[in-house]
Design a protein around this ligand. Sequence first.
Ligand SMILES: [Zn+2]
Ligand SMILES: [Zn+2]
Length: 351
Amino acid sequence: MGEFNFSDHPHRRYNPLTGEWVLVSPHRAKRPWQGQIEKNDIKILPFYDPDCYLCPGNIRAGGKINPKYTDTFVFSNDFSSILPDTPVGGINEKDLFIADTENGLCKVICFSHLHNLTVPEMKQEKVRKVIDVWVNEYEELGKIDFINYIQIFENKGSMMGCSNPHPHCQIWSQKYLPVEIEKEQKHQENYFKNHNRTLLADYLEAEISKCERVICSNNSFIALVPFWAVWPFEAMIISKRPVSNLLELNDKEKDDFADIYIQLTIRYDNLFEISFPYSMGIHQAPTDGKQHPEWHMHLHFYPPLLRSATVKKFMVGYEMMANPQRDITAEQSAERLRSLSKVHYKMHNLN
Ligand SMILES: [Zn+2]
Ligand SMILES: [Zn+2]
């Protein structure tokens, strides 16, 4: 079998942010790439849908009427998963039955008044407006006493269970640190204690010098497939400067943030020439009133697609019972994404 190498031999990789492992089986991905493109289910969407609860002027399920907004629109989720006024309570019986009240607020942010637009098709100055809303929400929600963590996330595409194509994201803010954040906080804290630098600052420096897993970049941000990626085309966007949250970004960095978000999602759309589904989330410092120099703000993108517009990766069997596994390596995925056009395929197809 020759000497060990990452592109031929089964191995496991460590995620230093979470302390978890992924099994990589590159010998199973040897067949040549078939960039299958299935254009059979392309739906042409209208820019306004009278039945959409997010479109301007429409009535939502709770009976409220959306304003005739342009650009962005924020409202409290009519069916929030967590509520601000739940009475405080909890149990711990024999260390076996443990529960606590969770308090919080859930909001929805429309990215645009146009029903049929998505981030990769938006102009940079319009995406910048979305980022300004995120900054404002993080600041305002963070001021609330019982809010200690703010999760901004985008669920895109029916494959991700998102029932409405209107471009939007959600913010769930809450009292307790969610599981993923607790893991990342612990590992970033340990790293910062031992190295006096953020884990992701050192990781980014190493990735820039290797260049194997970088997809694209600008002055302030890098998009890459992390060494420990689980999903076939998983990516992270990491700020070059170790900022702990959105509030620390300067004006230029916010513009660059909009740019990298568009750059990455254009490549995603170009991969199979479809509106590419994914879950995106921003990970940043808790708003618990403490300083968090260990936190380095970043975004995760978890797309489910494997090798075509319809073939998706399943997390079942070994992955449910043991740990995640992938065939195509992070380096191969990064190369695929890096080699794609910077111009959205819809613009190409106009020519
Ligand atoms: Zn709509
Ligand atoms: Zn993270």
